[in-house]
Design a protein around this ligand. Structure first.
Ligand code: NDP
Ligand code: OXD
Length: 310
């Protein structure tokens, strides 16, 4: 079996796990190793250049090395007759849950305010609200959103809601579904967590109009995709004080330009798309199981729905 790796990211971390979980596979790196395109069985990709994936007539599946497939689906020549599989990995989910818990606690306990006070030597204690009262809302109640919600529940955040396309029946999590319930979901949310994929429908979902639905002084954590959030509208809402502070891990353009206003704003916390990094070891195990399923004539788990775009 021949596996082709197509990514700008180093292949090194994948070599050992691939040998461990797929010991019979021969490995090739696109652009480095010679292989006849007709001999490629499986393709592992992260943000491949457009037009490349159409060239492998006998490939049986494409495995995306991350959860979000937006970069992949932007390829107009993407083969649509083989499974495109996205990464669903407990390790990806637990890292994301850590990131969300970290920032929810940061805003919940007012650490953004104390960081500012430290710059001026200001010793002013503020009141403290309780986890069970704090209204957290998660946009996108999928694999990552549900794990983050459960991690918050374990910390005593009892007032959690999620918004998704389809309604969820999840113990202790209020479910809002569809465009018609977005306004109500936003209106009850003090700390908004964005874990939606980038699709035509979610593009620009958070803009001046929808941000205005959040209560005065709300916080936002965006680790879904930068396209969800209109950056100019967010800056205006931050300057007006309607949004108190934000933690942003993803941006409309990445890397974030060094001249972007976000870097200098005291109420904006920037991280360079690290909320949850793919772990080659655990991801390869899951990809190995997917390949095994296909070799047995079954469909792998987590095949992307091309119509929905995630
Ligand atoms: P899932 O596909 O499991 O979940 C997506 C969720 O979004 C689902 O609940 C889905 O609803 C909801 N959704 C999608 N479109 C709409 C819509 N139009 N209206 C309402 N709800 C919608 O994805 P994951 O949880 O695995 O990943 C989410 C995203 O996180 C990825 O696409 C990626 O962009 C981002 N990510 C970021 C990382 C980082 O390091 N910053 C790392 C990994 C992922 P429904 O359940 O009804 O289908
Ligand atoms: C992902 C990501 O989608 O890293 O997995 O953003």
């Amino acid at each position: 079996m021949n596996i082709l790796y197509i990514s700008d990211l180093p292949f090194d971390p994948w070599v050992k796990p691939l040998h461990r979980y797929l010991p019979d596979a021969d490995l090739f790196v696109w652009g480095n190793d010679d292989i006849d395109a007709a001999d490629v069985d499986y393709i592992l990709v992260w943000k491949p250049p457009r037009g490349v994936l159409k060239n492998f007539p006998n490939a049986k599946a494409i495995f995306n090395l991350g959860a979000g497939v937006d970069a992949l689906l932007q390829d107009p020549d993407l083969p649509t007759d083989i499974p495109i599989v996205r990464l669903v990995d407990p390790r990806l989910s637990s890292s994301m849950a850590e990131f969300i818990v970290y920032w929810v606690l940061h805003f919940h306990r007012g650490m953004h305010t104390y960081a500012q006070q430290q710059r001026t030597g200001d010793w002013t204690p503020h009141g403290q609200s309780h986890t069970e009262k704090r209204r957290v809302g998660i946009l996108g109640l999928g694999e990552l959103g549900q794990d983050a919600a459960h991690a918050l529940l374990m910390l005593g955040f009892e007032n959690i809601a999620g918004w998704s396309r389809s309604r969820k029946e999840l113990p202790s999590i209020e479910s809002f579904a569809g465009a018609g319930e977005l306004d109500d979901f936003l209106a009850r949310t003090e700390i908004l967590v964005c874990l939606l994929p980038n699709t035509q429908e979610t593009n620009g979902l958070l803009n001046a109009k929808t941000l205005a639905k959040l209560p005065e002084g709300a916080f936002i954590i965006n680790s879904g995709r930068g396209s969800l959030l209109d950056e100019d509208d967010l800056i205006a809402a931050l300057k007006a004080g309607h949004i108190k502070a934000v933690a942003l891990d993803v941006f409309q353009t990445e890397p974030l330009s060094s001249s972007h206003a976000f870097w200098k704003m005291e109420n904006v916390f920037v991280t360079p798309h690290i909320a949850s990094l793919t772990d080659a070891e655990s991801a390869t195990k899951i990809i190995g199981e997917g390949i095994e399923a296909i070799e047995d004539g079954d469909l792998p788990h987590n095949v992307v729905d091309l119509k929905k775009g995630y």
